[in-house]
Design a protein around this ligand. Structure first.
Ligand SMILES: Cc1cc2nc3c(=O)[nH]c(=O)nc-3n(C[C@H](O)[C@H](O)[C@H](O)COP(=O)(O)OP(=O)(O)OC[C@H]3O[C@@H](n4cnc5c(N)ncnc54)[C@H](O)[C@@H]3O)c2cc1C
Length: 478
């Protein structure tokens, strides 16, 4: 090793002149630890993640991605792939390796006639919403506008439109990608169909996606929000009645039962700041009169402290959670999720009991109503797991002091085990914390048949596991 060479994990070194050559080749830019902007470029949303890559390749186009992958392979660098950097496990960054950052590749084109949208892998939910709503369209992606579409889509993508139009990955028409050996490929039903199957739920395991093509749908401009905030003390009863009412929910209605504490934010009356609440929240994207009639009983499950229900622009409801989640590295997070086969009274009681004992007020517990369009897609039509479950539960634990990390993570794991109740423990892989992607958990989440097929496709496209910083599917030994 020369004294000024950069030390890399996996016992490799990269000479500065090789990094400089990569920088000269890219239309985008290369950042190393001494460059201005390096710290900003390595930050991810979860403040618990603090990693220092040797090289950050900010790619401006497909040619840059090919060069970055070839460079990483030659140098035997650990590879992290970055879309919107919102993944809570923090896989968008690594120590000592290379980050292939798609952020600059964020162009969006809407084909209004065909209702198709082509979006670069660096685009965010908010940017796609803005471009599509200009034409009265929407792609079902997710909530919180700064979230990247790339990581989100590859592991599913749950939004306010999921029961009506399926997960984000169900709306994919094609995907452009660069493989571990630097090949540019397109995947669709007609081309590389095995890869297209795997990319709909299999995460970032197969290569670096450069762009996604989606089917869009007419939505809004106004939809109906249901958001009465009830005191947590009434949660047990309200939760049961919400569950029973959801048995007849139309596909137009996508819903969650959220337990949270009202943030100290100007959007809420000061006397309610910090109040623990239960919110049967949902969005109805059908006709406004039908929607108002459907949500009315949910607004009368008790005496709400505040009720934000009513018709609202789709663009506004998409941004409604932003003030509480948007800032990068503001808090430390550890999340876990589990698909529930049943939401019986015992499960509700467990959630409500734990709600009173959250490590801090920001910890959000969400029980998502599944079913509808996403459940009508056969389990083996795409890689995505969990479609058949009636509910998905997530524990989004957040805290501020590093000293509290051990306790917060332990609390989350214990609670998750309680919810598992000896079941198989299938997770929604977009809500999985660092280090949780054990082979047993991955298999449980995909189901045996889909998992075996994913391993085959991983072995074909990434036999050396170059793309291992993700919810990892290990290739077969070759
Ligand atoms: C505030 C917040 C709100 C959220 N809301 C929702 C929601 O409403 N619905 C939902 O389903 N999820 C939601 N999520 C979870 C979200 O789907 C995941 O965190 C997802 O990974 C974010 O994608 P990203 O591109 O921002 O992530 P990144 O951290 O950039 O990437 C995550 C992983 O995705 C892979 N990846 C990223 N880009 C590429 C690429 N171009 N090619 C190949 N692989 C790539 C890599 O494996 C990478 O490690 C939310 C997360 C946060 C923090």
């Amino acid at each position: 090793m020369t004294s000024d060479a950069v030390a890399i994990a996996q016992d490799t070194t990269v000479a500065p002149e090789e990094i400089a050559a990569l920088g000269a080749a890219l239309t985008g830019s290369v950042l190393t630890p001494d460059d201005p902007g390096y710290d900003e470029a390595r930050i991810v949303w979860n403040g618990a993640i603090d990693k220092r890559p040797a090289v950050i390749a900010r790619c401006a186009g497909t040619a840059d991605v090919i060069d970055a992958i070839n460079f990483a392979r030659r140098s035997k660098l650990l590879v992290a792939v970055r879309g919107g950097a919102h993944n809570v496990a923090g896989n968008a960054v690594c120590d000592d390796g290379i980050v292939i950052d798609l952020g600059p590749m964020n162009a969006i084109r809407v084909d209004v006639q065909a209702r198709r949208v082509r979006a670069g892998a660096g685009a965010t939910i908010g940017a796609v919403d803005r471009e599509t709503q200009a034409f009265g369209l929407a792609v079902p992606l997710g909530v919180v506008t700064a979230t990247g579409i790339a990581g989100l889509t590859l592991c599913g993508g749950h939004s306010w439109l999921t029961r009506k139009h399926g997960f984000a990955c169900d709306n994919l028409i094609s995907v452009d990608m660069v493989t571990a050996d630097g090949r540019y490929v397109t995947a669709s039903e007609d081309e590389n169909a095995d890869l297209f199957w795997a990319l709909r739920g299999g995460g970032g395991n197969f290569g670096v996606v450069t762009s996604f093509e989606y089917q869009a749908h007419p939505v809004g401009p106004e939809v109906t929000l249901c958001a009465p905030f009830y005191p947590l003390e009434q949660a047990g009863d309200i939760f049961r009645r919400w569950r029973d009412y959801m048995a007849d929910a139309p596909d137009d209605y996508t819903a969650q039962f959220v337990i949270w504490s009202i943030p100290a934010h100007e959007n809420f009356p000061p006397d309610l700041h910090g109040r623990a609440v239960a919110i049967p929240v949902g969005v109805h994207s059908g006709p406004l009169d039908e929607a108002a009639a459907f949500v009315a009983p949910l607004r009368e499950l008790g005496e709400p402290l505040i009720d934000l229900s009513g018709s609202i622009r789709y663009l506004d409801v998409q941004q409604a959670f932003d003030p509480f989640f948007v800032e990068k590295a503001a808090r430390l997070h550890f999340w876990k999720s589990i698909y529930l086969d049943v939401l019986d009274d015992a499960a509700i009681d467990r959630i409500v009991a734990r709600a009173a004992d959250r490590p801090n007020p920001w910890t959000l517990l969400s029980t998502r109503l599944m079913g509808g369009a996403s459940a009508r897609i056969p389990a083996q039509a795409t890689a995505l797991g969990g479609r058949e479950a009636p509910f998905m539960f997530s524990i989004d634990t957040g805290w501020t002091a590093k000293a509290d990390s051990e306790r917060a993570v332990a609390w989350t794991r214990e609670f998750w085990e309680e919810m598992r109740q000896g079941g198989r423990g299938s997770a929604y892989l977009n809500f999985v914390g660092a280090g949780e992607d054990t082979e047993a958990m991955m298999r449980a989440s995909y189901g045996d048949a889909n998992y075996e097929r994913l391993v085959e496709i991983k072995t074909k496209y990434d036999p050396t596991n170059m793309f291992q910083l993700n919810q990892n599917i290990r290739p077969r030994a070759t």
